[in-house]
Design a protein around this ligand. Structure first.
Ligand SMILES: Cc1ncc(COP(=O)(O)O)c(C=O)c1O
Ligand SMILES: N[C@@H](CCOP(=O)(O)O)C(=O)O
Length: 414
């Protein structure tokens, strides 16, 4: 077999054709791929050819890289919405104002359900359906649930999603519900929901699609494959990424390792992981040089997608940062919202959580960690329309002008 599931703690190996989100020893599970026999240059040519696909599964920006993701899953079991294929942009105005040599934005917000979760969810739901599961579940601040609800509906399965009763974006709850999921609201945080599913999901016959499921990480690796391919396999000096549960940074590191091992990129970029100040237990652990994460019991930030106090993937994230000479930082809600305004007004747009990346880049440049002669790419993880609470609050302050429809009245605002 080309891939297996391995416990990061005790090393116990399982077949990829099993469903598990935790080892019996309590350890995290990871997929190990055997790339023996694969040639990086031939893969580049194959992936390039597939960019012309329109209707096969290879038109997906995840399944284009199937050989590196789920090589043995039969094609007919793939549930896809042609996710990935997300734009890579620059904004000359933002770049110039920051004085950095080169700046890119990868708009994962352009995914079919509006966030980067789709890259991983297509892999998890396809895997679950292949194994015969019909009931899927997740704990979520709203993006994971929207994505799961969409793919479950596409695959003719049921989704049961656990979302905190308060403090998350209603737009995401509505989106989830509209796709036909059963929404279960509870008094607690994402962390309480994931802890419940880790303990009780199996007993309830549920296939859990949170990022503790290693198939999610395999799918999310495609984000960096696609980014590298669009940049002709030459990545910028820095990849800047927001962090909550730390799935995205874990997948980023794993994908980079794959590309390096296959000789498809010459060097690893450095990673900057940015957390919101009120929900930054991982940054705190790294900054204080501690060897265990101390959970934040009351995560709090305007960037509601980042309200995570006990990120399950912290050991993997720490390893990734070591591998990529990574750094961490935290940013205030004000810094996040200021960066969001700049990204929105550059015509790219994103939800608050995503803007933590630009806010972090700004801070790291100010502190001298990132030099203006370097190049950087900010991951924009969710769509502008996902979390509009802050826009609604701002628009009442600045007010939309009402005017009679006369030439004179309109001329006054021109
Ligand atoms: C829009 C958005 N950005 C960033 C994150 C953080 O990503 P991760 O949890 O993988 O660290 C999330 C969710 O967790 C999210 O929904
Ligand atoms: N912001 C996320 C929370 C993290 O979820 P996971 O998919 O990494 O388990 C959300 O949208 O729910």
């Amino acid at each position: 077999m080309r891939m297996k599931m391995v416990c990061a703690d005790c090393g116990y190996e399982r077949s990829w054709m099993e469903y598990a989100i935790k080892c019996t020893c309590g350890g995290r599970l990871e997929i190990k791929q055997d790339f023996g026999g694969l040639d990086g240059e031939k893969l580049k040519a194959l992936f390039q050819k597939r960019l012309a696909e329109r209707v096969s599964v290879y038109a997906s920006g995840v399944w284009r890289y199937k050989e590196l993701i789920l090589p043995e899953l039969p094609e007919e079991n793939i549930i896809t919405k042609y996710e990935g294929n997300n734009g890579l942009y620059t904004s000359e105005r933002i770049r110039r104002s920051m004085g950095i040599r080169n700046l890119y934005f990868k708009a994962l917000s352009e995914n079919p359900s509006g966030s980067f979760k789709d890259n991983g969810m297509t892999a998890a739901v396809s895997h679950g359906r292949y194994l015969g599961y019909s009931r899927f579940a997740c704990s979520s601040t709203g993006n994971t649930s929207s994505s799961l609800a969409m793919y479950a509906a596409m695959g003719g399965a049921s989704a049961y999603v656990f979302v905190p009763e308060s403090g998350i974006s209603m737009n995401k709850v509505l989106q989830t519900w509209a796709y036909g999921a059963q929404v279960i609201r509870f008094d607690g945080t994402y962390d309480d929901g994931i802890s419940f599913l880790e303990r009780k999901g199996k007993e309830l016959g549920l296939y859990v699609c949170n990022s503790v499921n290693p198939l999610r990480i395999e799918g999310q690796k495609s984000i960096i494959y696609e980014t590298a391919q669009y940049l002709n396999w030459e990545l910028p000096d820095w990849i800047v990424i927001p962090g909550g549960a730390l799935s995205n940074v874990s997948a980023l590191g794993k994908g980079l390792e794959d590309l390096k091992q296959l000789g498809m990129i010459a060097k690893l970029p450095r990673i900057a992981l940015v957390q919101a100040e009120g929900a930054s237990p991982f940054h705190r652990m790294m900054a204080e040089g501690k060897d265990r994460l101390i959970p934040e019991p009351h995560p709090d930030t305007t960037a509601s997608a980042l309200k995570i106090g006990n990120p399950p993937s912290w050991p993997i994230a720490r390893r990734v940062l070591q591998l990529c000479q990574g750094v961490t930082c935290s940013v205030t809600d004000e810094e996040i919202l200021e960066s969001k305004r700049r990204i929105d007004q550059a015509g790219i747009g994103c939800e608050p959580a995503s803007a933590a990346s630009l806010a972090g880049l700004n801070k790291l440049m100010r502190e001298g960690t990132i030099d203006k002669e370097e190049t950087a790419l900010c991951m924009l993880t969710g769509n502008l329309l996902k979390d509009t609470d802050i826009l609604r609050a701002q628009i009442t302050e600045t007010a939309i002008m009402t005017s009679p429809l006369t030439v004179e009245a309109v001329q006054r605002v021109l």
